[in-house]
Design a protein around this ligand. Structure first.
Ligand SMILES: *[C@@H]1O[C@H](CO)[C@@H](O)[C@H](O)[C@H]1NC(C)=O
Ligand SMILES: *[C@@H]1O[C@H](CO)[C@@H](O)[C@H](O)[C@H]1NC(C)=O
Ligand SMILES: *[C@@H]1O[C@H](CO)[C@@H](O)[C@H](O)[C@H]1NC(C)=O
Ligand SMILES: *[C@@H]1O[C@H](CO)[C@@H](O)[C@H](O)[C@H]1NC(C)=O
Ligand SMILES: *[C@@H]1O[C@H](CO)[C@@H](O)[C@H](O)[C@H]1NC(C)=O
Length: 365
């Protein structure tokens, strides 16, 4: 495990049980005692997990997903909704697209059940538009897309069934034309949240700003919880400072661990304040570092031949997964980076597999 995240409560296959400031304390204590030994985060006490609403990855049938370009699939909520034949609704899932992302693989490849994914993620998104305005944000994806259309509390764009009790929307009824655009049950629904890259790259990265961003992050999680969300997957920020074309600016490699430590703390606090929730924190920072340091350790990235550069011919438009441009030297699928901030589909694929592993590791007892 690479160092860098001051407060790590997860390794790549660890989860954060709802509770545990205790775990943090123990870890800090333990690490300081045996600094030379790698602490085994996977064996962190699991006694305080809250599985009242978590019945395992195999029982998830719905994902509401919030995020930025790492997650965006172009979903338009005014068009076709996810359904068994089309788990993303729109645009239709294309299994050979060179633009496949982790959320595709998680929903279609590393799923243990049929999953329908409502993906509100938008390229460039930050946590809060009023703090860093990049056109979309967690706060707006939640407040303007999720709440009005899928919560059943606010005004509906379709129908107007406001009487459904919070967290009780479990009776899917395709014959019903009113009500939210989707019905969902808290225990079979996962809320996935992945932000931070744009907040870090497109800001002055001041601690004071991060304070305000995380207040907003926490508020928006609280609103989801109020709307009935009980199972959360949070992802931290990968080591984009190792990507091509990064400014020669030492504040970037410092800011990412700082962000990730805040997210780990938020996950812990949110889980302990809401003991009936399950909060999974996935460490993309650790995973991407591991792939960059040893792609051969992962089946999906064993064949990568370029871990450092982007090739301009692959930045603009991709023709296929196997696209090959002579001047790039290697086909697209052998690059790690697509551009200075984004990774290629083999990396997304490993990520999805590892996230599924995290979700599988904590089954209901
Ligand atoms: C995974 O999802 C696909 C697409 O919905 C589905 O065809 C497949 O049966 C699912 N896998 C499992 C194990 O349920
Ligand atoms: C619902 O819509 C009505 C009419 O457009 C508006 O007056 C009201 O404020 C809305 N309520 C909410 C909770 O958004
Ligand atoms: C679903 O629709 C059917 C047929 O319209 C109706 O009989 C049934 O009561 C509905 N169930 C729910 C939970 O709304
Ligand atoms: C950083 O940016 C935020 C938001 O744009 C601003 O409020 C704050 O004053 C800036 N801080 C510094 C030290 O520049
Ligand atoms: C980055 O800045 C340092 C110190 O100013 C300099 O020594 C180094 O060569 C720079 N690296 C690049 C890639 O520009």
């Amino acid at each position: 495990m690479r160092s860098g995240v001051p407060v790590r409560i997860s390794s790549q296959l660890t989860y954060i049980p709802g509770v545990i400031i205790l775990v943090l304390t123990l870890l800090v204590f333990y690490t300081s005692l045996v600094a030379f030994r790698k602490p085994s985060y996977t064996s962190a006490p699991q006694t305080q997990q809250h599985d009242s609403h978590w019945k395992g990855w195999a029982n998830i049938d719905t994902i509401f997903s919030f995020g930025d370009s790492y997650t965006a699939t172009g979903f338009n909520l005014n068009q076709k909704q996810p359904c068994p034949e089309d788990p993303f609704g729109n645009p239709t899932y294309d299994p050979i697209s060179p633009y496949l992302k982790w959320i595709h693989y998680l929903t279609m490849t590393y799923n243990d059940s049929k999953v329908e994914t409502y993906n509100f993620a938008v390229q460039g998104a930050t946590v809060d538009q009023t703090l860093i305005n990049r056109g979309s944000a967690f706060s707006t994806q939640e407040g303007e897309k999720f709440l009005p259309n899928y919560d059943g509390q606010g005004n509906q764009t379709v129908g107007g069934d406001n009487d459904i009790a919070v967290g009780k929307r479990k009776n899917r009824n395709s014959s019903s034309k009113s009500g939210p655009l989707a019905t969902w049950a808290p225990e079979t629904t996962l809320f996935s949240v992945w932000f931070g890259i744009n907040d870090i790259v497109f800001s002055n990265r001041s601690e004071a700003l991060f304070d305000r961003i995380f207040e907003s992050y926490s508020r928006t999680l609280d609103q989801l919880h109020t709307a009935g969300a009980r199972n959360f997957l949070l992802l931290n920020v990968p080591p984009i400072h190792r990507g091509p074309n990064q400014p020669n600016d030492s504040s970037l490699p410092k800011s990412i661990p700082s962000w990730n430590a805040r997210l780990a703390a938020l996950a812990t606090i949110f889980g302990s304040m809401n003991p009936e929730t399950s909060v999974f924190l996935y460490d993309t920072y650790g995973l991407f570092n591991k792939i960059l340091d040893g792609p051969e350790d992962f089946e999906q990235t064993r064949h990568l031949g370029n871990l450092r550069d982007q090739c301009d011919k692959y930045v603009k438009k991709l023709a296929s997964q196997e696209m090959y441009e002579r001047e790039c030297g290697l086909p697209y699928d052998q690059y790690f980076w697509r551009d200075g901030l984004h990774v290629t589909f083999p990396v997304h694929r490993v990520l999805a597999e590892r996230v599924a592993g995290l979700l599988r590791g904590w089954q209901s007892r």
